[in-house]
Write a protein that binds this ligand. Structure first.
Ligand code: UDX
Ligand code: UDX
Length: 458
């Protein structure tokens, strides 16, 4: 490749690894630096450190241009661009913990890499700090990502847009060349991650993936604004769902009706238990904190966060309303991961729901197709875990559908009913069809659909 560069990616998490794989597939030489030796050793053997569709195959495909190390000297020697993608987890106070980022920058300051690209989600002003830490002669760019777990690689390879914040013209130039095959979608398609048809057709008509140029602060804020806006849509639709439940409307019908308005659109309007994961909860809190520190009270965002928190507990409250006291009752959680397609449990609603059920005296059972091993390490030991959902459901009093894995939709619900002690299904993700469930004799309610709570009787 004409514009091939030697790039170091710092942090082999979801974001770092997806970026590293993508750049290698585009034709760049990529070194991946991570402080976690076990993770690096695993990657050298071709083992992905977490579950992500297509990752193992892509790592193998990109292997000739990917190297892994824990040694900064090895990672940075001869490298032209460093892309920092270490985690920025929330502190208990709600702001972003920048410890790992600063460690990475301080190490970088001791090496000669002319351009440092911050991919981690960081509070506005952090890239200016990075400039100070790195000193004169090193340029900084902000290059936030918008990938979703479970689709990390396809979101990276087929982005809606690429965002670059910088202050020097040449920096934009370097990143434009680095990402050129992504912009033009000219890299070879992977059989296991095919280019979406609409994108392929658009590219044939001359479409280019937009690369948006901004200042450093705008790029930093745009990342938070994107996540906060999506979180706002979710909390908004959850509140409409709660109203639908109170008045006897069906949220799925409401969404179909409003989503056709192009000003609204159909996406991110799925009512449920609220958002979880490593990004929305963290980034909404960090943005509220950032605003407050700047002297602005972001009321709407505070409400979004509050609604999301309350939404998790509503399911427990409904279970109690239907069953009467929860003491001694066996409640099964179908799904633990914060969403399907991942084994990630960071800020998963399931964890708080399990705790709350235990606190109210219920016996809690849980199952998940991917996250069970991880869950065993962090769940209260009183939660019984099952690999087989049918076993978990044996003799239970209520089922809470927490993660909409296709496996649960595909369960033989007639068979499930024979196993349950009481046929109560509270569907926290609207994964099941209320009519079909009622026809089978279930006491069923989704979020904002199905019968009113007052009409649910055992
Ligand atoms: C990313 C981030 O970039 C974060 O800012 C964004 O908000 C969400 O996505 P993610 O890829 O999910 O984080 O991070 P994680 O899966 O936690 O991985 C971070 C990696 O960095 C780990 O492999 C860890 O070992 C590594 N790391 C961490 C370092 O190499 N050095 C450190 O000092 C700390
Ligand atoms: C999100 C953003 O989508 C991504 O652009 C950003 O880079 C990182 O954060 P991710 O956390 O992987 O990605 O998952 P996403 O699919 O966005 O879902 C987040 C949470 O919102 C999940 O808990 C999901 O269940 C919930 N959700 C999503 C809803 O409740 N309703 C919806 O309509 C969509």
């Amino acid at each position: 490749m004409e514009n091939a560069k030697t790039v170091t990616v710092v942090g082999a998490g979801y974001v770092g690894l997806s970026t590293a794989v993508a750049l290698a597939l585009l034709g760049h030489e990529v070194r991946v630096l991570d402080t976690n030796a076990a993770r690096v050793e695993g990657l050298k053997r071709g083992e992905p450190p977490f579950y992500e569709p297509g990752l193992a195959e892509s790592l193998a495909q990109a292997a000739p241009r990917l190297r892994y190390t824990t040694d900064p000297a090895e990672a940075y020697d001869g490298s032209e661009v460093a892309i920092v993608a270490v985690g920025t987890p929330p502190t208990p106070a709600g702001h972003a913990d920048l410890r790992y980022l600063y460690q990475a920058l301080e190490t970088l300051a001791q090496h000669r890499v002319g351009l440092v690209v911050v991919k981690s989600t960081v509070p506005v002003g952090t890239n200016q700090d990075a400039k100070r830490i790195l000193g004169p002669g090193v340029a900084v760019a902000s290059n936030p990502e918008f990938l979703r777990q479970g689709q990390a690689l396809s979101d990276t390879l087929y982005p809606d847009r690429i965002l670059v914040g910088a202050e020097e013209e040449w920096v934009f130039g370097v990143l434009e060349r680095l990402y050129q095959p992504l912009v033009e979608q000219s890299f070879e398609e992977l059989p296991w991650l095919p280019r979406p048809k609409a994108l392929r057709e658009a590219v044939a008509r001359g479409y280019r993936v937009p690369l948006v140029r901004t200042g450093l602060e705008s790029a930093e804020l745009a990342k938070y604004a994107a996540n906060a806006f999506l979180a706002t849509r979710i909390s908004f639709i959850n509140e409409i769902a709660n109203v639908a439940e109170a008045v006897g409307a069906d949220i799925e019908e409401v969404v179909r009706a409003i989503g056709l308005d192009p000003r609204i659109g159909p996406h991110f309007l799925k009512a449920g238990l609220g958002y979880g994961g490593s990004c929305f909860p963290k980034d909404t809190r960090a943005l509220a904190y950032l605003a407050k520190r700047g002297g602005y009270d972001f009321k709407l965002l505070r409400a979004v966060i509050e609604v999301n928190q309350a939404q998790r507990y509503r399911l427990v409250e409904k279970a109690e309303a239907v069953l009467g006291r929860l003491t001694g009752q066996t409640v099964v959680l179908l799904g633990l991961a914060f969403k399907p397609g991942t084994d990630d449990l960071r800020d998963a609603p399931s964890l708080e729901i399990a705790e709350e059920l235990l606190a109210r005296g219920a016996r809690v059972r849980a199952t998940d197709p991917k996250a069970l091993e991880l869950a065993k390490q962090i769940l209260d030991p009183r939660v019984e875990t099952f690999a087989d959902p049918l076993e978990a459901l044996e003799g239970a009093d209520a089922v809470l559908l927490v993660t909409e894995w296709p496996e649960y939709r595909a369960l033989d619900w007639a068979e499930v009913k024979r196993r349950l002690r009481r046929p109560v299904v509270l569907d926290g993700r609207n994964a099941l069809d209320p009519r079909a469930m009622e026809a089978l004799g279930y006491v069923y309610q989704g979020i904002g659909r199905g019968r009113k709570l007052s009409e649910l009787a055992l």
